[in-house]
Design a protein around this ligand. Structure first.
Ligand code: SAH
Ligand code: F3S
Length: 489
């Protein structure tokens, strides 16, 4: 049987797309190879959101080109955002590439590889499915993890001035709510405990079926309203077995009263929201075309915190956007402290092709960008450190996701607020996929250390073996535990 290997760069959307590529290739009779050097088909699922990510791809292609000289029959596939963005140009830049395939063309992967093996010249397939958008459903039997991602929308209509995503992922397209609910129900039935809804602006969701009743709190004449809260309510009602529901990434302007009310009322919603802010300066927010002011962001998050008092907020921030002064950056730092983020991804601005901001001079020197990023991380580490230390001695509910790796921990998982907890002293127990009560005994730099409570230990010992549990069937990988701490996407 032919063997394949997939390397994934970038965001959760790419992780999700790679999962679908695994399924499509396995469905066509391929088997996964642990070692890309032994594979017949090697797929690089790429990211182009920042310049650095793109360079990573080209150096990886260089390494594989050498391998290809030894094994000319190797099929080298570039998928994802660089594929969509560069298309045919990639074939000229890197002649060792055989196939360039965009994010909307994943189902065609086996057919295209077949064509190549029949002698076709290098192929490029990067067509958006605008008329009839396809959302590939996870094969729940292959879930293999207590957590899963479910795509509810793709593309982005926001066009923030710095961002290439609207060009690599196309316009917004939404998935019918029936399909979303059916996929989540199937995952829950297969033992998945936590689902993260995915979309570039996940909370701009509107049901193409028009099957959702208006959510409480939704105003008919608020242009920022969407049907996202109504979708959350439908999922909560129709999939009662689901233990936790998350979503990423929302856009601040769609953090509307109906969504805040859903957070107050739906216990399945995790008490963590990743809400990218990008900057704390109104002048820069305007140049970024973010469509909110600092004050609006603060007011909306304050309303969320009133509704869910211990909700944890995390964010994305860009430093060194064209024209960013010391004062603008000081405003960002003050916002970070004012909101008290529990996690932060910080990025140096990099010019991206096609984006409106490419016409602005990239005038913040590299050294200043580095210094601002370091100060940003310092502030965020301080906030996270103080927060984690404050949790020592508390009890937390942890969804156990994986066997422990760090410092002798038996398992690791996350709280509802997304804090990572390493659980010690649970050897011999089978906790994966369980939600357990843990006493926090120590704070590490980016995570917590905990021990099972006596009651949780007794319950774990008597666990019914018949309970459906997402197993790593057939050796499938589990999805990574995402850090809430600085470190980049
Ligand atoms: N809505 C998307 C955002 C995708 S981009 C989501 O679901 O996450 C992820 C983050 O990368 C953005 O929030 C932004 O902080 C950062 N980013 C995007 N374009 C960038 C650029 N040109 N330079 C630096 N950082 C950028
Ligand atoms: Fe990018 Fe802004 Fe959309 S950051 S993904 S254009 S919301």
């Amino acid at each position: 049987m032919p063997r394949y290997a997939i390397t994934t760069f970038g965001c959760q959307m790419n992780v999700h797309d790679s999962e679908r590529m695994h399924e499509v290739l396995r469905g066509a009779g391929y088997v996964e190879s642990d070692d890309p050097r032994a594979a017949d088909v090697v797929v690089l699922n790429t990211c182009s959101v920042r310049e650095k990510a793109e360079q990573k791809l080209l150096s990886e292609v260089g390494r594989l080109a050498k391998l290809k000289r030894e094994r000319p029959e190797l099929v080298l596939v570039v998928a994802g955002c660089v594929a969509q963005q560069e298309g045919e140009k990639l074939l000229t830049r890197a002649p060792s590439i055989d196939l360039v395939v965009g994010p909307d063309n994943i189902p065609e992967l086996p057919r295209l590889v077949d064509e190549l093996s029949l002698g076709a010249p290098p192929l490029v397939r990067t067509v958006f499915d605008i008329e009839e958008p396809r959302f590939l459903t996870a094969l729940s039997v292959a879930a293999g993890s207590p957590t899963a991602y479910v795509t509810i929308m793709k593309g982005c209509d926001e066009r923030c001035s710095f961002c290439i995503v609207p060009y690599t992922r196309g316009p917004e397209r939404y998935r019918p709510s029936d399909e979303i609910v059916a996929e989540i129900a199937a995952l829950a039935a297969a033992g998945v405990r936590e689902v993260t809804l995915l979309g570039q602006t996940v909370n701009s969701y509107n049901d193409p079926q028009k099957a959702l009743p208006r959510a409480p709190g939704a105003s008919a004449d608020d242009p920022d309203e969407s049907e996202f809260a109504a979708l959350l309510r439908r999922i909560a009602t129709e999939v009662p077995d689901l233990k936790r529901l998350r979503y990423t990434s929302p856009h601040p302007r769609h953090l509307t009263p109906s969504l805040i009310q859903a957070h107050a009322e739906l216990s399945v919603l995790a008490r963590h929201v990743h809400l990218p802010v990008q900057s704390g300066s109104d002048r820069i927010l305007k140049r970024m075309i973010r469509r909110y002011t600092r004050a609006e962001y603060v007011t909306r998050t304050a309303a969320l915190v009133r509704a869910v008092p211990d909700v944890a907020l995390s964010t994305d921030i860009i430093v060194g956007f064209p024209g960013e002064t010391d004062d603008d950056f000081a405003a960002t730092l003050s916002l970070v402290r004012e909101i008290g983020y529990k996690g932060l991804f910080g990025f140096k601005y990099s010019v991206r092709p096609y984006t409106p901001a490419r016409k602005l001079p990239d005038d913040v020197p590299e050294a200043v960008k580095s210094e601002r990023l370091a100060r940003l991380f310092e502030a965020s580490e301080e906030l996270l450190g103080a927060h984690l230390r404050g949790l020592v001695g508390s009890g937390q509910r942890v969804l156990v996701e994986a066997e422990g790796k760090e410092g002798g921990a038996s398992f690791s998982g996350r709280t509802e607020r997304n804090e990572i907890v390493h659980i010690h002293g649970a050897e011999g127990l089978d906790l994966r996929g369980e939600i357990v009560d843990v006493s926090i005994v120590r704070a590490n730099k980016h995570s917590l250390q905990g021990e099972l409570t006596e009651a949780a230990r007794a319950a774990a010992r008597s666990l019914a073996p018949a309970a459906p549990k997402a197993r790593a069937a057939g050796g499938r990988r589990s999805l990574p535990v995402l850090p809430v701490s600085p470190g980049g996407h």
